[in-house]
Ligand binder design. Structure first.
Ligand code: ATP
Length: 379
């Protein structure tokens, strides 16, 4: 089968025990297991060098596989030639043909495969990518965002089952990148193809993807929806990579109420509760861990005044820095045991911005905290 006669509708993409060892002995991808449902927008997110591009290139057939397999439905494509896979890639450096018009750039692949009537499909794809009015221009006459759309149109016209996107927005400025993120999401929803998007930008992944795999040093640290990963990170790496986290050392002192109960953690003299499903440690008494809580979940109030939501209550803290940045006020608060925490307040309200030196009480709801393995790095 070839790209041209790949069945419409698509099938799941599965990576099983996928491994890449480069000839110099460096293992870029350890042993990846991923099931990517057809029609989903999937992001591989991780820092530079974590192995995400290598993974994508193996799926595209541009890099050999050391061990494991790649299947689409029941078709094993592990050793298939790139052009025989129902897969297309959009790269950051989208080399368009400068001497061809936009519509000829888009039609190029179809023509090369010997398709005679390219007019209809080209018009459809140009409309989908909002390029109809640019059809007769040359690439040099287009903006960066429009050129990126041509690259996308050129890949989509092949009707791949899986579209691979390797940092496709990396060359665009921030504002255009934000607009293109929403645009890509709209197009993906419209065509219903599987998109696998590689990025190091957590906001980009969270904006677009249904499911994110966070990759670090050749392994997947955690897999989940943007909200699952943000609200219930399982490792310090994920907690720090997807936004900011307060991470405070503590020790398990007990568990109450079984599987949907609470783990009690002694944090420098204050005992806080964490839901069992958010405790990613052995919950035996004495286990050390990091208590994690996102800054926007940390509530503060001048000492003695009531705090809006009930939760863990800590007294004796003091504000050491406050910055009003419009959407929120960001406080640095020193806890009584000397450690600093971040607290982002969205509604500064009638009270106004609290000045450094103000004595405050600190609180957060137990269901917003998580507990991580203390053997992991927190920087
Ligand atoms: P980036 O966003 O910077 O491209 P990445 O997460 O996509 O990073 P990869 O490009 O997959 O990372 O590279 C993963 C690791 O494999 C890196 O440490 C890289 O130096 C190494 N690597 C890549 N290609 C080769 C090669 N041909 N030989 C040896 N090592 C390689």
């Amino acid at each position: 089968s070839s790209v041209a006669d790949a069945p419409a509708g698509g099938r799941d993409l599965c990576l099983t025990g996928l491994r890449k060892e480069y000839p110099n002995g460096f293992v870029a991808v350890q042993s990846l297991d991923l099931e990517i449902p057809r029609g989903s927008f999937f992001a591989l997110l991780g820092p530079s060098g974590c192995g995400k591009t290598t993974t994508l290139r193996m799926v595209a057939g541009l890099e050999t596989v050391t061990a494991g397999s790649i299947t689409i439905g029941d078709q094993d494509i592990t050793h298939e030639k790139p052009y025989r896979r129902p897969v297309n890639t959009v790269f950051q450096n989208y080399a368009l043909f400068p001497h061809l018009s936009i519509s000829e750039n888009v039609a190029f692949g179809m023509r090369r495969r010997g398709v005679k009537d390219v007019k209809g499909p080209v018009a459809d794809i140009l409309e989908l990518t909002e390029l109809t009015e640019q059809a007769n221009k040359r690439p040099a006459q287009l903006s960066g965002g429009q050129q990126q759309r041509v690259a996308l149109a050129r890949a989509l016209i092949n009707r791949p089952e899986v579209l691979l996107l390797d940092e496709p927005l990396g060359a665009l400025d921030l504002k255009l990148r934000r607009a293109m993120q929403l645009e890509l999401k709209r197009i993906q929803t419209e065509v219903g193809l599987t998109f696998v998007h590689v990025t190091h930008d957590q906001e980009e992944a969270m904006t677009m993807a249904d499911t994110i795999a966070v990759m670090n040093a050749g392994v997947i640290e955690q897999l989940g929806s943007p909200t699952e990963l943000y609200e219930n990170p399982a490792t310090t790496f994920v907690a720090n990579f997807l936004g900011q986290s307060n991470l405070i050392g503590g020790s398990v002192v007990g568990v109450e109420g079984g599987a949907d109960g609470q783990v009690k953690v002694d944090m420098e003299g204050t005992v806080v509760s964490i839901p069992v499903e958010r405790a990613h440690t052995a919950n035996t008494v004495g286990t050390k861990g990091w208590v994690g809580v996102r800054p926007e979940k940390v509530l503060i109030a001048p000492a003695g005044e009531p705090i809006d939501a009930p939760g863990n209550h800590m007294t004796g803290a003091v504000i050491v820095d406050s910055s009003f940045i419009g959407v929120s006020t960001q406080y640095v608060v020193r806890m009584p045991w000397g450690r600093e925490m971040l607290a982002f307040e969205q509604n500064t309200g009638a009270r106004g911005v609290l000045a450094p030196g103000t004595k405050v009480d600190v609180s957060w709801r137990p269901e917003f905290a998580f507990l991580l393995d203390s053997s992991q790095d927190i920087d």
